[in-house]
Design a protein around this ligand. Structure first.
Ligand code: NDP
Length: 253
């Protein structure tokens, strides 16, 4: 387990890697889903891939949080529950419900995602372990906590609704891609990504921490370039694609 001084240094370094990744992903779309290309290793079924990638996060969060935890703090435990709740869906419910026609994933992407999840979860868990004493019971009526929780749940609702809309696009057994309709898809091509980013921004605000902000920025670093790539792909493949629709931020981007 790393100590407090090193944790802070590590967070800044990891944030810098996130910024570089953000820039790089505008040039190289991560090769899974509709952007799958050969040369990225053997393919693993989508369900198993999501199970492997996303189980790592709650496991390492809990490992880093509970290891050597001296004082029980109900506020930080609540943070942990929110994070784990998200990943129960992403690691178990989402893969079980996902469409069988979903593209398999290259091993290299699974490995990179495991690494990404491991570091982000470890940093957040370790931060809450070391610095948890700053969250007194009064934190749960602090405006930062209340606003962050509202953002977090708004993001969850948008993300779940949007994942559901995408899933139903193939419910008639046709494995191809269609134009998503309804919910926030009327304004943006990647409503599921928008929900995910809002959710982790909410976590950053409700914990008011550099570790939380780092994870939110990493999430955006992954998803904003990918949303741009999805958006361009839709426009190239569907001549009737709605003109007013943006990629990921309503009315803006
Ligand atoms: P996509 O939107 O690319 O795909 C989601 C699912 O819907 C896939 O099964 C995909 O099939 C299918 N799908 C997508 N678009 C269509 C369409 N137009 N017609 C029919 N089927 C479609 O999302 P991701 O797979 O990248 O991500 C899944 C979830 O994980 C999202 O909620 C996302 O927010 C989250 N995520 C979070 C990250 C983070 O950094 N925190 C990183 C990456 C994802 P196929 O696989 O065949 O394309």
């Amino acid at each position: 387990m790393i100590g407090g001084a090193f944790l802070s240094w590590f967070q800044w370094a990891w944030l810098a890697v996130g910024v570089l990744t953000f820039a790089g992903l505008f040039f190289i779309a991560a090769p899974y889903g509709r952007h799958t290309r050969s040369g990225w290793g053997p393919l693993i079924g989508a369900r198993l891939s999501w199970l492997i990638m996303e189980t790592v996060s709650p496991l390492f969060l809990c490992l880093a949080y509970f290891s050597g935890l001296a004082v029980f703090n109900p506020v930080t435990l609540l943070f942990i529950l929110l994070w784990v709740g998200h990943y129960v869906n992403r690691a178990l419910v989402y893969p079980l419900r996902m469409n069988k026609a979903s593209h398999p994933m290259p091993l290299s992407i699974v490995a990179l995602s495991v690494f990404f999840n491991l570091v982000n979860a470890y940093l957040n868990g370790r931060y809450l372990n070391l610095r948890g004493a700053r969250y007194t019971p009064a934190w749960i009526v602090d405006p930062r906590f209340l606003f962050g929780v509202a953002l977090f749940f708004t993001g969850i609702v948008i993300n779940l609704q949007s994942d559901g809309i995408l899933r139903r696009l193939r419910s008639n057994g046709d494995p191809g891609y269609k134009i998503p309709r309804g919910g926030m898809f009327e304004m943006i091509s990647c409503a599921n990504y928008f929900g995910e980013i809002v959710e982790w921004l909410g976590w950053a605000v409700l914990t008011w921490s550099l570790a939380g902000l780092t994870f939110a920025l990493w999430t955006a670093a992954n998803l904003v370039p990918r949303a741009r790539a999805h958006h361009e792909w839709y426009r190239m493949n569907f001549p009737d694609y709605p003109d007013r629709r943006k990629a990921i931020i309503p009315y803006l981007l």
